[in-house]
Ligand binder design. Structure first.
Ligand code: HEC
Length: 204
């Protein structure tokens, strides 16, 4: 996300609890596809590991007056545990970004922002050796339970490849993981170049 893009800016809200099926916990595979190769929307990602929340993140200067939005990022626990050991993501990593509207003056709140109960949409970034390129993006609108992979030509891929700290994921914004990736030296060459104080500066 972090671009004025379709789904998460759509005003339609998913009613609380919609799309949540009562599958027994542990019965659902983290990554699952329909017979015709579409990804099934992850159902239990709210029981996964929480990585961060962003508020109105954007690469373009803010155009004020727009609706404000939080994004919350989660990853499947098996992949998280592997990241703690290696500093990078294993095959079958599933990362979910959900969008929620930033609301004001709800209940007793007088200042600041809280998150809407309704979901604006889900975006998934999944590592799967079966996908072209090894990683794929998927977008799910409110109530949508299966989605085709976003085509490789979309800007999702180029921005993540050019700017994300670890293996096309934005670990520089995941506070519990960036130190670990730095320690394990798994930061991507593109990211290292981006944060280098000055290109071509003499090494100390
Ligand atoms: C201009 C850069 C940019 C573009 C284009 C972009 N993203 Fe991202 N994406 C980000 C940033 C920055 C984050 C970190 C969000 C945070 O910290 O809350 C992120 C995080 C994510 C995550 C969480 C997992 C991860 O990889 O870190 C998903 C899922 C995601 N984006 C999906 C998408 C999809 C789907 C598209 C295309 C429709 C897209 N993004 C396009 C910058 C971008």
């Amino acid at each position: 996300m972090v671009r004025p893009m379709g789904l998460l800016l759509s005003l339609s809200l998913l009613p609380l609890g919609a799309g949540q099926k009562a599958a027994p916990v542990g019965a659902e595979a983290d990554l699952s596809y329909t017979a015709d190769g579409q990804m099934r929307a992850p159902v239990h990602y709210r029981e996964w590991v929480y990585l961060t929340s962003g508020l109105d993140m954007s690469y373009t200067a803010a155009a004020s007056g727009e609706m404000q939005m939080f994004d919350n990022v989660f990853v499947n626990p098996a992949a998280y545990r592997e990241f703690l050991k290696t500093g990078t993501w294993p095959d079958k990593t599933v990362m979910v970004l959900e969008g929620r509207r930033a609301e004001q003056k709800v209940s007793i709140n007088k200042r600041g922002r809280s998150q809407s109960a309704g979901l604006m949409g889900l975006e998934v970034h999944a590592k799967d050796a079966k996908l072209p390129g090894g990683w794929g993006f998927f977008e799910f609108g409110p109530g949508q339970d299966a989605a085709k992979m976003v085509p490789r030509t979309a800007d999702c891929y180029s921005c993540h490849e050019m700017h994300a700290a670890v293996d096309t994921t934005f670990v520089q914004f995941y506070p519990t993981l960036i130190g670990l990736a730095t320690e394990k030296k798994t930061l991507s060459p593109a990211y290292l170049k981006e944060i280098a104080p000055e290109a071509g500066a003499p090494a100390k």
